[in-house]
Design a protein around this ligand. Structure first.
Ligand code: ATP
Length: 390
């Protein structure tokens, strides 16, 4: 969808900002450009909507060499979101959002209806915020309007230059989550500039790590964190890349342990047998449809009437996640609930219980995923040399 072919940009003073760059962004893909200040990220992005012209090389958007496309017409097909949002201060939020549809000659009513729809999509109720002016919004809300405005004419391509750079970390994380949710619905082809490796890893389908006008590595986030291509990339992603990697490694079925499982309506005597068979200190409790209820301890089972039901002794379990959630989320859920394990459910099948994840398994799956990347294979195929048990 966006293709750079040997693109170089040399400014008039001789600075080479981008040096013989070739890469491609597929349709519907979100690529983050990350690197230290001054390495050429913004120059790269501004060449896509012809705010800057390359010194040599070609850029194609949807197969078309953009040097032959009228810049104004080109920009209407390309949404652009920047850090200093650039909203018109004397226009309402609704009119700001409807800017491009207006320029495209849409009827006023249709443009405003579309703007309202977009505001809703970015989480701003148009009946509450539509008639406000930009200075009556918080920084995070202004950024949302910026995103809504860029999407208003439904452009296939979105360029985003540090769009969440000016807000505090908590708001930033919320905007990132909202943007990921939005992107899963609208599936634009996105180039996203950031100098924050965490943001790049969280948002990107692939990341381009920049060093001085060149791409040092262009790969999936897990691969960049797991197997940095050069010492420069390793240094840039940081010594704590194992931790960052937690956020891009999903919980897989093979990571789960299978403790004994009993049903709410089983007699405690059955639960006692099951626990004794497996020498376990607790069992997971599910309902008749296999949905998680909670857990029951061996002590609670032993001290109850053997004919009573598991239900009478079971405790609720709130620490659970769907399969595919990140290991970081798993770790944080364990800490939040002060839990020694969390239940993992199949989110697609009415929260069907699948197994549990323990801290030891979490550690193991993180190591497996690092090893798998280093060897270029799948995580399930990796055998670990485990540290001998104590
Ligand atoms: N108009 C210009 N004239 C001369 N040099 C420029 C011009 N614009 C940018 N540069 C230089 O080109 C290089 C790349 O700049 P660019 O803005 O693309 O970097 P960046 O990676 O986006 O940085 P940042 O994260 O700080 O925005 C820098 O050395 C910068 O000083």
């Amino acid at each position: 969808m966006i293709r750079f072919e040997h693109v170089t940009k040399r400014y008039a003073d001789g600075t080479t900002a981008v040096d013989d760059l070739s890469f491609e962004v597929a349709e519907g893909e979100l690529v983050t450009l990350v690197g230290p200040s001054g390495c050429g990220k913004t120059t790269t992005m501004k060449m896509v909507n012809r705010l800057i012209e390359p010194s040599s090389g070609r850029i194609l958007v949807d197969g078309e060499d953009i040097s032959a496309v009228d810049p104004v017409r080109l920009r209407r097909r390309i949404g652009y979101v920047i850090q200093q949002v650039g909203l018109f201060p004397h226009k309402t939020v609704l009119d700001n959002t409807a800017t491009v549809p207006h320029l495209l000659g849409w009827q006023r009513k249709r443009a405003r209806a579309r703007a309202a729809e977009l505001l809703d999509l970015v989480g701003l109720d148009p009946t509450v915020y539509g008639d406000r002016y930009p200075d009556q919004l918080s920084g995070g809300q202004r950024q949302r309007v910026g995103v809504a405005r860029a999407l208003a004419a439904d452009p296939p391509v979105l360029l985003m230059d540090e769009p969440f750079g000016a807000v505090d970390p908590v708001v930033r994380e919320r905007l990132q989550s909202e943007f990921l949710r939005l992107q899963s619905q609208v599936r634009k082809t996105v180039l996203f500039v950031t100098h924050d490796i965490e943001e790049a890893v969280r948002l990107g389908d692939r990341i381009a790590v920049y060093g001085n006008g060149r791409i040092e590595q262009f790969d999936a986030p897990a691969a960049v964190l797991g197997a940095p291509a050069t010492p420069y990339v390793a240094d840039f992603v940081g010594a704590d890349r194992g931790l960052k990697r937690l956020s891009v490694t999903p919980i897989e079925a093979g990571d789960l342990e299978q403790p004994p499982v009993v049903r709410l309506d089983d007699p405690l005597s059955t639960a006692a047998e099951r626990l004794a068979e497996e020498g376990a200190r607790w069992a997971v409790v599910v309902d008749d449809s296999g949905r998680l209820h909670g857990w029951v301890s061996a002590d609670a089972v032993a001290s109850g009437d053997p004919d009573a039901r598991v239900r009478s002794r079971a405790r609720r379990m709130d620490a659970w996640l769907p399969l595919g959630a990140s290991l970081k989320k798993a770790f944080s859920t364990m800490l939040q609930h002060d839990a020694g394990w969390i239940a993992v459910l199949d989110g697609d099948q009415a929260d069907h219980y699948l197994g549990v994840l323990t801290p030891a398994r979490l550690h193991e799956s993180l190591r497996r995923s690092i090893e798998a990347d280093a060897r270029g294979g799948a995580r399930s195929e990796v055998d670990l040399d485990t540290v001998p048990g104590l």
